[in-house]
Design a protein around this ligand. Structure first.
Ligand code: FAD
Ligand code: NAD
Length: 481
């Protein structure tokens, strides 16, 4: 007999697995179709999508290992800690990363069991509609079946964008998947694209000893960040850490060595000059594209936008009745937490509740060292929108905890409306910025003013005092700077 569900989610990444769990929590019968894309050695489907398998989680595991190695080499000495010799075992680092991924992906399986979500392993494709039910085919090695759903949530995510003439083999020329699994530190690493992946993974391999050259097409560095943060990051990454970042380049021919092996030669133009450089590995990190292959969009008339994303309204509803889409496959920032929030919103709407996502308070984090994190608008955005604002900016150099930790790089910058004092944006570059930004997100969600933060007691000594001090600085009354 055909299986019927209230909700069928296609895709088991952060947008999809969270939607499936929330639907079940709300008393709806819920199933999640996940393809074999990230199957383990036994062929078992692994949930968690890009994020858990080849994205957020493995990259942060490697960032942590490489950061410790870097600290052991450069920072421990100031505490009086010395070693005879320090060695890096890449295989152990990778095993640790793989174990973390395995633990989290099987954790989602357990959550599915606990919440009574049915996992349907296989590739999902719309085939049609019969009265109130959408019919979705699940095709797997074991065979095909058709399941029926009152509501379908598409959460098929994204895949790495590749460039014409640059064949990614994930051995020498890698996208994110290959770049997270090098078996040794390359001597010379090339990266195309100075975006989030380029900077995070470039940092990992630089800390471990690679010479890293990042080739970026745009003339500006980190254009999405506040200009002051981008300038500070440029200074630290290039001058202090030695990342060789070339802006405004135009990539030309890319050719592999004999038998498709390293070195890979990259020709590019920079400042009207023709250049050629050889690398042992090349990472291509030039953005991601929505993934809708084999989904059957045309068969049922599911509308895509001009960039191939599933077109949705502000509640993630598509042009088809009871078909919703969330996460990387729809417009908006390609961030795991944004997808998860959309998954929750959609299932709550399906259950008759009032789900909502506030896109103005989605935080951004870049896990370099120092970390970069922000929420809300940048100063350049406020200027171009003609908004009258006040600024507070305080460096971590004035913070006792930062000094104790031996890491005083960066600052906090707060932008508040000149008339109402409502916080419009908070930008942080510094140690633990990823955690510090949460306070700013909460404040903005509650419509806080800079004075609200200025009047809140912050523990001493903590890095969060710099946020407090920055709020005071908006009103030109900082106490410690
Ligand atoms: P995905 O995670 O892409 O999941 C989609 C799932 O759907 C996949 O498992 C796929 O196999 C499955 N699927 C696709 N089509 C079908 C089909 N037809 N049938 C069945 N299954 C299907 N974001 C952050 O917020 N923080 C970070 O630190 C961060 N770091 C990242 C680092 C890297 C290297 C990369 C590449 C990305 C990173 N991201 C990060 C982005 C984050 O991974 C994505 O935003 C997030 O995974 C999107 O979730 P999703 O559920 O929309 O899609
Ligand atoms: P990105 O959009 O962050 O950066 C891509 C960069 O490549 C841009 O600077 C772009 O100008 C450049 N570029 C594009 N075409 C180029 C070309 N032909 N030559 C040279 N440079 C070129 O994309 P990404 O780094 O690939 O990451 C993809 C997405 O994954 C991100 O947008 C983000 O949403 C997500 N992600 C998030 C995190 C995080 O939250 N910490 C980490 C990694 C990835």
């Amino acid at each position: 007999m055909t299986k019927q569900f209230d909700v069928v989610v296609i895709g088991g990444g952060p947008g999809g697995y969270v939607a499936a769990i929330r639907a079940a929590q709300l008393g709806l019968s819920s199933a999640c179709i996940e393809s074999q894309a990230y199957a383990d050695a036994k062929g078992e489907v692994r949930l968690g999508g890009t994020c858990l398998n080849v994205g957020c989680i493995p990259s942060k595991a490697l960032l942590q290992s490489s950061e410790l190695y870097d600290q052991a080499n450069h920072a421990f000495v100031m505490h009086g800690i010395g070693f005879e010799s320090i060695k890096m075992d890449v295989a152990t680092m990778m095993r640790r990363k793989d174990n973390i991924v395995g633990q989290l992906t099987s954790g989602i399986r357990a959550l599915f069991k606990k919440n009574k979500v049915t996992l349907l392993p296989g590739h999902g494709r719309f085939v049609g509609r019969d009265n109130d039910y959408w019919q979705v085919e699940v095709s797997a090695a074991a065979g095909n079946e058709i399941v029926e759903a009152r509501h379908v949530i598409v959460a098929t995510g994204s895949k790495a964008r590749h460039l014409p003439g640059i064949p990614v083999d994930n051995k020498v020329i890698c996208d994110n998947a290959g770049a997270l699994s090098f078996d040794a530190v390359p001597k010379r690493l090339g990266v195309i694209g100075a975006g989030v992946i380029g900077l995070e993974l470039g940092s990992v391999w630089k800390r471990l000893g690679a010479e890293v050259t990042i080739l970026e097409a745009l003339p500006d560095f980190l254009g999405a960040a506040d200009l002051a943060v981008a300038k500070e990051a440029w200074k630290v990454f290039t001058r202090k850490q030695g990342l060789d970042i070339k802006l405004g380049v135009s990539i030309g021919k890319v050719s592999l060595g004999k038998n498709g092996e390293a070195p890979v030669a990259v020709e590019y133009e920079s400042n009207d000059e023709a250049c050629r450089v050889e690398f042992d590995k090349l990472i291509v990190s030039v953005g991601r594209v929505p993934y809708t292959e084999g989904l059957g969009c045309d068969d049922v008339g599911l509308k895509l936008d001009e960039r191939g994303r599933i077109a949705v309204d502000e509640h993630c509803h598509t042009n088809l009745e009871n078909v919703w889409a969330v996460g990387d496959v729809v417009p908006g920032p390609m961030l795991a937490h944004k997808g998860m929030e959309e998954g929750v919103m959609v299932t709550e709407l399906i259950a008759g509740q009032s789900g909502h996502v506030d896109y103005n308070t989605v935080p951004w984090v870049i896990y370099t060292h120092p970390e970069i994190a922000w929420v809300g608008r940048t100063e350049q955005q406020l200027k171009s929108e003609g908004v009258d604002y006040r600024i507070g900016q305080i460096p971590f150099a004035a913070n006792g905890r930062a000094l104790g930790q031996g890491d005083t790089s960066g600052f906090v910058k707060m932008l508040a409306d000149a008339k109402t004092d409502r916080i419009l944006g908070v930008h942080i570059i510094g140690n633990n910025a990823s955690e510090l930004v949460a306070e700013a997100v909460v404040a903005m969600e509650f419509g806080a003013s800079s004075e609200d933060i200025a009047r809140i007691c912050h523990a001493h000594p903590t890095l969060s005092e710099t946020l407090h001090e920055t709020a005071l600085a908006v009103d030109k009354r900082s106490l410690h700077f």
